[in-house]
Design a protein around this ligand. Sequence first.
Ligand code: ADP
Ligand code: MG
Length: 511
Amino acid sequence: MAPSRPANRPQVKPGPPLPPKGATQASGASAGGPSRPANRQGSKPSAKSSSSPATPAPVARVAPRQRPLSSGPRRIATNLYSATGKRTIRELDAREMRVLLRVDFNVPLSDGKVVDDSRIRAAVPTIKALLEDGASIVIASHLGRPDGKVVDGLRLRPAAERLAHHLQMMVPTTGDALGVGTEDAVKRLRPGELVLLENVRFHAGEEKNDPAFAAKLASYADVFVNDGFGAAHRAHASTVGVAGILPSYVGLLMESEVEALSNLLDKPSRPFAAIVGGGKVSGKVAVLEALIQKVDLLILGGGVANTFLVASGRSVGKSLYESKMVEHARRILKLAAERGVKVLLPVDGVVAKEVTRGTEFKVVSTEKLPASWHMVDLGPDSITAMREALGSVKTILWNGPLGVFEIPAFGTATRELAKLAAEKAEAGATVVVGGGDSIAALQQLNLAGKMTHISTGGGASLEYLEGRDLPGLAVIPTAGSPFETMPILWEAPKPEKKPAPKPKAPAKKSE
Ligand code: ADP
Ligand code: MG
């Protein structure tokens, strides 16, 4: 019954079941390892080769839900409310349709295995909804920064393995986002089946939002669904270009991300506290400026706090801080004072001889930080002050660890905050956490599931909180709209790397 598949269409079968709660993602991923080469060619589900006898035979397709044939190509949604204000897949009757689905499978990898598959899990509800609706799905994602070239270490196969595990079905991958083999694989898709395109950033046209590349991707499908929140702040071919060509919708993850973040900005229960840590202020100045207009309390930690300590007249020794950002920090402190926002700066800290494991460290007051030491964590008095300040708070936004938490001895404040955030969420407060490292810290403690919302989009969530339009979202038509987006090309993306300036002086060597 299964159609024969071209040889270039490797299948990824579902991996073993997830380890029990409490085990790390990494161990779950690695358990599926050794049998991988055997999985590559498999065109038929083989129950015999399954690593665990309890694992059900993987399916190649999802049987569409039975529905009357009378409904038209676009579902008339009974409730057009969407947190995004955009057309969502609830308005789409995807039956028999081929859907180009943009997801964000830009996941951390180690030794060819996915270390944290949160972003993959987060895409599952939309994928399932579309498959059950009777759609076939062509999934597109980027991974890392291959800069328009094929980088073997950035192939999406490890992500396909995790997706196969979560869907309990085969996830074929293509060796390239373009090409005859890929076109063929797409053409063969039947309702309830999917295929994962290879990393779209292997083509330079992706980040350039090249119309020809977008047109190629669009040619695979009847409609476009964007569920890649983490890439929505990029105006690329697979986020924006295709939306100018195909009827477009947002997926369920995009919607829940925007809903959680917009609730924070528009109607937070007060008092509302932001806790901002992490290494550098430079990436967070804009969001701090926006947040200072919204919050009642701002707690600073990490390298970010060091820059603010300098701005308020303290010296921080050898600690990480950004001299260019001191003026910005001063302005933010001034804005906070004008608005009556309480700002909590560390009163004490853990200082270390070096930022390494096993080094000498001690707790000191931030009034007299020793000149040749690095501040690497908040001290106990600062943690107590944070706990007290958060006591009555009803909404928490947390971005950035409070210390160098990768080194366990310097992760006390981050761990304390993670536990406190979980307690607050359990007691009914809204707790939203963004930022890859902050989420990693929560996961180390197995507390991620306790939060109200964990944002899968680092840069995208910061830009959204700054009040900026996310191009990948802006380009989708309004909820209920019968009109499609004009085939415009959104503003050309800003070049991220400046080319080396050409020397003005006459060249000595001829080329
Ligand atoms: P997120 O990914 O949650 O947004 P960031 O990427 O902004 O967080 O920052 C995380 C990094 O900041 C971590 O690698 C951590 O070691 C570093 N960091 C935190 N506090 C300090 C500090 N006091 N000195 C140097 N680095 C720090
Ligand atoms: Mg980070």
